[in-house]
Design a protein. Structure first.
Lengths: 109, 226
């Protein structure tokens, strides 16, 4: 059975908007292999880089924050980004667990 | 996502309705899907696939498209019998896990608003209280009074309605006596064995928050088993 083990992220996003912050929703839309968080997991990021929620177990959050700030700066409405298996020597960011995830970024406007 | 869409999502969650958010990943446009309500022209084509994901309560991209569906389901109803100390901690855990708790206790001094602010407390005997709550096989019961007068009628209701989780607080001895009473009331062994008693997973702790944690852990685990 599925319960809506809900993290109330959208409610928090609304609070941020009300507080005059620019908010980007980042949602896990696809996973391949073993990924730390399931499809539908979400984090929110504001223009200062404050964030809440998660799309992985801490593996790619920093990159998602950077991308979200970029989205706000360039005033783009949405963007899809993918993260693949990490290679410790070559990449700063990646999924150590060996999975892949696609994250959809969208501005609340 | 439009602010208006975000607002209506939050409103729908508050009103406890089941719905889905449909997002076209190539345009960034999103809309809300509800059972038996028409979709926009653009999304109409995908009605069958959206319904399928909605029914199976799944999130995901519709195959060979760029349409993302995120379903919101109702929180699971958990009936707690006994507005006791442990229940106060259960309420806190349940809030962060999004279980919808109702507390039943006929004893007014336990079921006070001061002890349980912002909680739905039914200050009646279980038989009367269950007339006010719709229950089914997706409901859970946590019986905490270990007073047969209060717990037993609730347990009997839960067994008859086939609740997916039934737990009862009390020692092994208390539970043995309880099982005996249920047997005499006509319940079979399979039904009686389905009751988690003594309630909770083995954590070792004896304090009220620790017992609440062990109960809620068992409840989450049983939810995923179903």
């Amino acid at each position: 059975m599925k319960n809506s083990f809900d993290e109330k992220i959208l409610e928090e996003a609304h609070d941020w908007v009300v507080a005059n912050q620019k908010v980007v929703l980042a949602t896990v839309i696809q996973t391949w292999g073993s990924s730390p968080r399931q499809v539908g997991s979400r984090m929110i990021v504001n223009e200062k880089g404050d964030f809440s929620g998660s799309v992985s177990g801490g593996c790619v959050e920093s990159a998602v924050v950077r991308e979200c700030i970029g989205l706000i700066k360039e005033n783009k409405p949405y963007k899809k980004i993918e993260f693949k298996v990490s290679n410790e020597s070559a990449w700063e960011v990646g999924l150590a667990c060996g999975g892949e995830i696609a994250v959809y970024l969208e501005q609340v406007n | 996502m439009k602010l208006q869409t975000l607002k209506s999502i939050i409103e729908k969650k508050k009103n406890k309705s089941e719905f889905a958010i449909i997002t076209n990943l190539t345009t960034g446009e999103s809309e809300i899907f509800e059972k038996d309500k028409p979709l926009s022209k653009e999304m109409e084509t995908y009605t069958n696939q959206i319904n399928k994901l909605f029914k199976s309560k799944k999130n995901g991209i519709i195959e060979n498209t760029e349409i993302f569906v995120e379903t919101y389901v109702l929180p699971i109803k958990v009936i707690v019998v006994g507005a006791v100390h442990i229940a106060q901690y259960l309420v806190d855990f349940a809030r962060s896990l999004n279980f919808e708790i109702s507390i039943i206790d006929p004893r007014g001094y336990f079921a006070s608003e001061q002890r349980f602010p912002d909680m739905k407390i039914i200050n009646k005997w279980p038989d009367e209280a269950f007339k006010e709550i719709e229950t089914n096989e997706n409901t859970a019961l946590i019986a905490l009074t270990h007073d047969p007068k209060i717990d037993d009628p609730a347990l009997q209701h839960a067994l008859k309605k086939n609740f997916y989780y039934i737990g009862a607080l009390g020692s092994k001895k208390t539970h043995e006596n309880r099982c005996q009473r249920l047997k005499e009331a006509g319940f079979d062994n399979d039904q009686i064995d389905s009751i988690h008693g003594p309630i909770g997973i083995k954590l070792g702790g004896r304090s009220a928050p620790e017992i609440a944690l062990s109960i809620i852990a068992q409840l989450v685990s049983e939810t995923y088993k179903k």
